[in-house]
Design a protein around this ligand. Sequence first.
Ligand code: ADP
Ligand code: MG
Length: 594
Amino acid sequence: MRNLELTHLKNYQWPLLLALVIVVSVLPVPDFWIYQANYIGIYSITCLGLVLLTGILGLTSFGQAAFVGIGAYSTAYLTLNFDLSPWLSLFIGLSVTTLSALVIGLITLRMSGHYLPLATIAWGLSLYYLMGNIDALGKYDGLQNIKSLSIASLSLGQGRIFFVFTWVCLIVFIKSLSKFLDSRLGRAVRAIKSGTQMPQAMGINTFHFKVLIFCLAALLSSFSGWLLAHFQHSVTPSDFGLKMGIEYLFMTVVGGAGYLWGAVIGAGIYKILDDQLQVLLPMLIGTSGSYEVIVFGIAMVLILKYLPEGIWSLFGSVQNITHKQELWTHAEPLPSKSQTHPGEVILEVKKISKRFGGLLAVNQVSFSIKGGEIKGLIGPNGAGKSTTFNLITGLLPVTSGEVMFRGVHTEHLSMREIAHLGISRTFQHVKMIPEMSVLENIAIGAHTRGHAGIAAALTGQDKREESRIFKEAHKQLIRVGLGNYINEPAGNLPMGPQRLMEIARALCADPSLLLLDEPAAGLRFQEKNELAQVIKNLKAEGVSVLLVEHDMDLVMKICDSLVVMEFGNVLVEGSPVEIQNNPQVRAAYLGTEH
Ligand code: ADP
Ligand code: MG
């Protein structure tokens, strides 16, 4: 089981790493290797962005080199023509990059499937031709004589001082990103890769996070472009073309796109191999040419086949998380939403219908739920129960009808907006992040209850809020009886506990209404009893529950009232006793479940 964000370094090891960089710079390492290491550091920074974008978010980009180009050309142009300080041109380059990334991202990130990688190729190509055709940017010859970076009167040059600067930046970025990935926002990002439904049901704005990561990756590329321009003292369009875009992706995937250190390993292997092959291959083959490209192609195929998670997965695959409970024992509990009053109608479903082509899956269904009421939605398979759930939670748009939740019309709101109002749900088919611990999965449910932003997440200033979130997640974990599984990667859980984990995650959102779709499926007898107790306790706290369940013993035992559906219609509504004695219901069940 892998953990995405873990850098395998303890807090005290980071300063040691920085010290190591300084030690290397004063050791008699040949200048040639320092020069190589500088390239590796620069490339790694771009690859870090690709780890976020491709490995963690699951969006493939061939166009990162274009953002490197924006950073490089901005600083080259501004420092050469206006004699601007490189630090000011860095700032301007990053601003231009942010704007470009926002424009490109807002247009292309809504695309799905193969369109996004194709779009990244398109912008990679167009920026290349743009850079190559603008007179002021030197056309295909590029710009030369770019000055070295300097800090006060200290010139960073191309050697050891530049090495220390670049690698310290790289290490600081890795440390910040690992903090980010381990934060509320980072967990939201990591949740998106396996589908947007669950994160949205937890109130996460998935599109917002895609744009955010896209911009962050572009900024890292732009920064690396800034370094590259001042390191090489020159920029040419071919440094930033599509070929280079593909090679950045290659480095990242080979190194391990799911791991921050994979970026460094990948960039290192690429740079060293590239250099050595350019010397070795002509000697072996006898003619010169870009044969290293062919070797790279073959290496890439082999690595993808035998080590699909990249080289870092050899080192990074066995670390287990251990959540330290003392981190949150003294945390303040998260604030709670306003309680519902018994008798208050909190949900009113009025004649909602859903049509799928020719099939009327839900037909004019109406019912209401009061504060603290447990309502069962039962009926044979295909009756329209899950669809009704999806209409109430906004996962599907209604064809007609109205839904009111605590006085607000929700039938045209998005799933995320509805989640913010206080409706939380589980799914008939469990949706989770298998490589995250059970506790972290549950903590995703508390997303809407936190406020720390990206800056706090990157710098670790969100620790207080994090401990409050984990306190809540732990409370819900204990409540559903998963205490033994706290550190376990969620993917290792049996079916029953996975369902309980989903309930705990939904509860973490502090809902007024909880929708459970077949929560007892796959649970053992004892687990079902515990589940029944959990639901009853919720009722006592004023939480209302809408429950789809096939286990009639459980339904009859805990529900206050039942709605029976058949073929998309409401057959009858009533108390468990009334329903049990209803001849129509008996006929419906005997008729279809024989
Ligand atoms: P239940 O949860 O009661 O078993 P569902 O709500 O899942 O039933 O399904 C009701 C009917 O709607 C079924 O006939 C199902 O095949 C159909 N259905 C559900 N979702 C879709 C969809 N996204 N597209 C087309 N038909 C669907
Ligand atoms: Mg269903």
